[in-house]
Structure formats: structure tokens, C-alpha cells
Design a protein around this ligand. Structure first.
Ligand SMILES: [Zn+2]
Length: 393
């Protein structure tokens, strides 16, 4: 398995081939861009297929002198999000605002400071407001010669990216990676034991990141087990509150662990990117500069931690909806594979108790709870309300 930046892009041979061709063309062509190179890209794919991972890999490969070696400063800084010539736009709320986009677009017009390209990465391009889309459109229509736009959007809602923008992008479609491909990457790249790798790949519903989290963290595995036990456990009113408490507790625990792990990785990557630990003339100045950068990073991490609990709860709700989806599949005699094959027995029991119709009602309740959390309803209130509806009297 390749160790370059595209090795991270799991189960997407066709997309990677397109990207590699573009990188080669960009390196060879006059002025840095041959016919296979495009200034605007749109990565689409189902949730978990790795849209932003693929976009970042292409960004690193474009900035890298060796087409994405994975180990040089360019590759590392692109990955750490600290490359001077790359801006990542990641929506904090429900939409990407126009002033945010204007600032990014005007920076993108400048010549690259250190790299070969000015790169703008827009995650969730389906969340552009109309104004933001227009601000971006002008720049995509007549891109500055050294600027590349990388947009990502879920393929489940292709119409959410305005057609004026879509029509000017080269679209790269990602697919859901297979269980084998995910298991292989967990084993070969992450060093996960074969049995655990296969199990994680089989229950992740095609989400590489999810498989990685399950394989890498016992807390994540415990959390999933707690969540999947909920449908069978909520029978009395006392159960409702007990299960809600358990779910909230375990979500807090998992989000704390996640933040800690991610924060430390980012700090380490930033240190490497800033060349900490170096000696010689520039090292002292670099150390002074890096103290400020570290402080900024810690501030960002703090803001993110408050969001993480909600994200972890949302993850739990996705697991729950997977369970009820499995109940519907089983109860209606469909031949589709279960999302949670390892708890097939519980799925069968639930199917006999509530049937496809009961499962469908509960699935709706889970989805409504996700919406409530996204609208900032307090987590304990949203989760308790959900448990009432999941109850099997
Ligand atoms: Zn490199």
C-alpha cells in the first residue's frame, strides 16, 4: 500500500487516478497547468466516503515538490492545516457566510507565498449562502492563474451546490468503500489487528473515519455497545431516565477523550510544521512565533470541544437509526445486509416486539432528535424526549 498522501484515500481508485493525472499535468504543463489540471474541483460522495480527505490529499500533492510524498514540509503542513497558501473553509454553523467567503476569495487571488498554488478548500459547499456562492462564483469563473478551489459536498443532495458553481467544477465522485478495503487500510496503515480491523470495517456502514475510531478506541466501542443496548432496555419510565443519563454520560466521556487525542495530535503537527526542535539561527525566532501559533490553536480547540459533545451524541443517534433500520430490514424480510451484523440477535428480538411499523416510528423519532440537537435544543432535554418515544411498553 502506498505511503504517499493518496494512501489515505480509501477505496477510491478511480478518483485517485484522476487526481494523480491532474497533479502530473500541473507539474509538467507550461505555467503549471496542462489540460488535465483544473482550477475548480467538486468532491462529492456519500457521508463517510472521505470527501475532505481526498480534497486534502490533492491539495498536498499539488503543493508537494514530489507529487504528494506524504513526508515533506508541504505535505505535512497541508495536512495540519497550517500551510501558508491553503485556506480551509469549514462552516461553524448551518451556512457559510458571504463576508467569510469574500475574505477567502480575495486572499486566494494573491500569488502563492511559499507553495506552488493558492488553494481554497471548502468543506460542505452545500452550505454556501446565496451571497457566498456568488462571491465564490466570480473567482471560479475567472480563476487567478495560481489558484485552485477544492469544494466538497455530500452526493445525497447534489442540488444543494448551485448549478452555476457545479457546472464550472470538475466533479470527482467518491463511492462507499468496501468492507475489505476498509479492513485492509486499518490493518496495513494503522496497524490494527486483523480480527478487530475486520469487525470495525463490518459495522461502520462504509465510514472509514468511523471504522478507525472504533478500531482505535475502547471508549468508542463501549459507547456503541451502550447505544445499541438502548432499544432493548427502555421499558419503564425509570428506564427512560436511566438510559438518557447513561447515554449523555458516555457521550461526555467519549468527547473528552476525542478532544484530548485530537488536540495533542494537532499540537504535535503544528510543532513539526513550525520546525520546533530545530537548531541554528532561525530556531529562536521560530520558537517565539510558534508560542503564539500554539496559543491560537488552543483557543480554537477549546471552542471546538463544546461542539464535540453534540457531535458525539449525533454519532450515537446515527448508530441508533442504524439499529432501527436493521429492524425494518429484518422485519420486512428484505435481503439487504444489516448495518450492525454483530447485534443481529437483538435486532431479531426487537423485530418481534415492535415490527417494521414500530421501528419506522422510532426511526422518525431518532431523526427528529438529530434535528433538535442541530437546532441547539439542550442535549438532556432532547435525549429524554427521545427515550420516551423509544420505550417499548
Ligand atoms: Zn511532499
Amino acid at each position: 500500500m502506498s505511503s504517499d498522501v493518496f494512501g489515505e484515500v480509501v477505496g477510491q481508485a478511480a478518483a485517485v487516478a484522476v487526481c494523480r493525472a491532474a497533479v502530473a499535468a500541473a507539474a509538467a504543463g507550461p505555467g503549471g497547468a496542462g489540460p488535465a489540471m483544473t482550477h475548480a474541483w467538486l468532491f462529492t460522495g456519500p457521508p463517510g466516503s472521505g470527501r475532505s480527505v481526498a480534497a486534502r490529499a490533492l491539495a498536498a500533492a499539488l503543493e508537494c515538490e514530489s507529487g504528494g510524498c506524504g513526508s515533506c514540509t508541504s505535505c505535512r503542513t497541508v495536512r495540519a492545516g497550517t500551510h501558508a497558501d491553503m485556506r480551509a473553509v469549514i462552516p461553524e454553523g448551518l451556512s457559510i457566510r458571504v463576508d467569510e467567503m469574500r475574505a477567502v476569495v480575495s486572499r486566494a487571488a494573491m500569488r502563492p507565498a511559499t507553495g506552488r498554488w493558492q488553494i481554497v478548500l471548502i468543506e460542505d459547499a452545500d452550505r454556501l449562502t446565496e451571497g457566498a456562492a456568488n462571491a465564490l462564483l466570480k473567482s471560479i469563473e475567472e480563476p487567478p492563474p495560481h489558484t485552485v478551489f477544492l469544494l466538497c459536498a455530500p452526493s445525497t443532495h447534489p442540488d444543494d451546490v448551485p448549478v452555476t458553481i457545479r457546472s464550472r467544477c470538475r466533479v470527482v465522485n467518491l463511492v462507499t468503500p468496501s468492507v475489505d478495503e476498509i479492513a485492509e487500510v486499518l490493518e496495513q496503515r494503522d496497524g490494527v489487528a486483523p480480527e478487530l480491523a475486520r469487525w470495525a470495517a463490518s459495522v461502520c456502514a462504509g465510514h472509514v473515519g468511523r471504522a478507525r475510531a472504533l478500531a482505535g478506541s475502547e471508549t468508542s466501542r463501549d459507547h456503541r455497545a451502550t447505544v445499541l443496548a438502548v432499544p432493548g432496555a427502555v421499558r419503564t419510565l425509570a428506564d427512560v431516565f436511566a438510559e438518557a443519563d447513561a447515554l449523555l454520560d458516555v457521550a461526555k466521556k467519549e468527547s473528552a477523550e476525542q478532544s484530548e487525542r485530537r488536540d495533542e495530535t494537532e499540537r504535535e503537527e503544528l510543532r513539526i510544521a513550525l520546525g520546533a526542535g530545530g537548531t541554528g539561527k532561525g530556531a529562536a525566532a521560530a520558537t517565539r512565533g510558534s508560542a503564539g501559533a500554539l496559543k491560537d490553536l488552543e483557543k480554537q480547540q477549546k471552542a471546538r470541544a463544546t461542539r464535540t459533545v453534540r457531535d458525539v451524541l449525533d454519532r450515537a443517534l446515527v448508530d441508533l437509526s442504524g439499529f432501527y433500520r436493521d429492524v425494518i430490514v429484518y422485519a420486512s424480510g428484505a435481503s439487504a445486509a444489516l448495518i450492525n451484523p454483530d447485534v443481529a440477535r437483538d435486532v431479531h428480538v426487537a423485530a418481534s416486539r415492535i415490527g417494521a411499523e414500530g421501528a419506522l416510528r422510532r426511526l422518525d423519532a431518532v431523526l427528529a432528535c438529530r434535528v433538535a440537537l442541530e437546532r441547539n435544543v439542550k442535549p438532556d432535554i432532547a435525549i429524554e424526549a427521545l427515550m420516551m418515544q423509544l420505550r417499548v411498553a
